[in-house]
Design a protein around this ligand. Structure first.
Ligand SMILES: [Mg+2]
Length: 399
């Protein structure tokens, strides 16, 4: 069957208030009531709590002031992990091409399946019903011709919604929306756009690309210009089962001290652990790669007993490796830091053997991943990256 490529064949499926919905599913007393997951920091909240102003990453005491009758429950990470795996199994029943974005959302390419399962909007309807019946959770599905628009559609369609954007109605749908809906527009960029009187996507679309670049920089300007015209050529791709996940960073000539190397290391570990968790994997081996001013290189690695996805554990190992190399760094000067995670395993295999008491860290990692996915990678920075002069000894996360 030939399906023209301009059919709206991309689904973005996103569970609604994921952690809170799992809690409401598992405890009938919580249904229909404001639920907050996490006491110190709000990791997730039900729509009943959101209606009262509660937001993810808000301090617990502020959340309770806004919503005194909220029921606060501790996170149950293994329950969320199980639910996520079950939902991804459902996704795979509906398309061979599933691209997971995080623990609770994925793109599905459903083109060419008309005679097997149904049209894209039929598939979206069936998918919603299957997730409800097989996993017991509400999910919103956006259907569009591009990934970007499908994601916008699911965001607009929440909660428990289904929103199809027809190819001849794309700009009518997109242009009245606030600029914050554009993928990659965080608070900072939004503020700059607002300062130029641009509050809707349509207003942004009317601005020439070069002017946008002047306002918000080259990369963002080009990116947002393209999105405001719904130009997004990316395909849905099944993430390949990679054997390692890595990132590296070159240091400028003025920033080659061990302290700078540590700051870079924190950022790199953050990035690779986030990517690893998005791929539902955990690692046993942490590799540190260094390059020095004389162009020589060094590699240090350490394998831990049990695979982990936790930023804090992996960072501790990476820092120990860096300390080990300090004499070399002092003598030669450092020009590049790289981190790689290898010996990867599926996250599911270790979830059940989690040492008790580590759930909070894991929940926090997950919540931070969610926030960055939604608001861009600099939405939350670790203390060491914000207050650079404080050096590496400050706690990794606010309590
Ligand atoms: Mg979600």
């Amino acid at each position: 069957v030939f399906v023209p490529p301009d059919e709206p064949g991309i689904l973005h499926a996103d569970l609604d208030a994921f952690y809170a919905s799992v809690e409401q599913r598992d405890d009938p007393r919580l249904r229909g009531r404001p639920v907050i997951v996490g006491g110190g920091v709000v990791l997730a909240s039900s729509y009943e709590a959101r209606a009262r102003g509660v937001r993810t990453a808000m301090g617990g005491s502020r959340a309770r002031r806004l919503c005194p009758d909220a029921i606060v429950v501790p996170p149950r990470i293994s329950a969320y992990s199980d639910a996520s795996k079950a939902v991804f199994k459902v996704f795979e029943q509906f398309s061979p091409v599933v691209e997971g974005l995080s623990i609770d959302e994925a793109f599905l390419d459903v083109r060419g399946l008309e005679h097997i399962i149904g049209s894209p909007s039929e598939i979206a309807r069936k998918l919603k019903r299957a997730v409800r019946e097989q996993v017991g959770l509400p999910i919103t599905v956006g259907v569009a011709r591009t990934k970007f628009l499908a994601k916008v559609a699911s965001a607009v369609g929440k909660p428990d919604g289904l929103l199809v954007v027809p190819p001849d109605g794309e700009l009518e749908f997109l242009h009245p929306l606030p600029v914050e809906r554009l993928w990659g527009v965080g608070e900072k960029t939004a503020r700059k756009l607002h300062a130029h009187g641009l509050t809707t996507v349509g207003q942004v679309a009317a601005v020439p690309e070069l002017e946008l670049i002047e306002m918000i920089g080259r990369a963002s300007g080009r990116h947002i210009h393209a999105l405001s015209h719904n130009r997004d050529p990316r395909r849905v791709r099944t993430r390949s089962r990679r054997r390692s996940i890595g990132a590296q960073h070159a240091l400028g000539p003025r920033s080659r001290s061990p302290q700078q190397a540590d700051i870079v290391l924190v950022g790199l570990v953050d990035r690779v652990t986030r990517r690893m968790r998005a791929a539902h994997r955990v690692a046993r081996t942490i590799v540190l790669r260094l390059r020095f001013s004389d162009f020589t290189r060094a590699t240090r690695s350490h394998t831990i007993a049990e695979a982990t996805g936790e930023t804090e554990t992996i960072l501790a190992v990476a820092r120990a490796l860096l300390v080990d190399a300090l004499p070399l760094i002092d003598r030669k000067g450092i020009t590049l830091v790289g981190v790689a995670l290898t010996n990867l395993e599926d996250a599911g295999a270790v979830q059940l053997t989690l040492p008790f008491g580590r759930e909070r860290e894991q929940a926090l990692d997950g919540a931070l991943d969610d926030i960055r996915e939604r608001y861009g990678s600099d939405a939350i920075m670790r203390a060491v990256l914000v207050g650079r002069e404080q050096g590496p000894t400050v706690p990794l996360l606010p309590d």
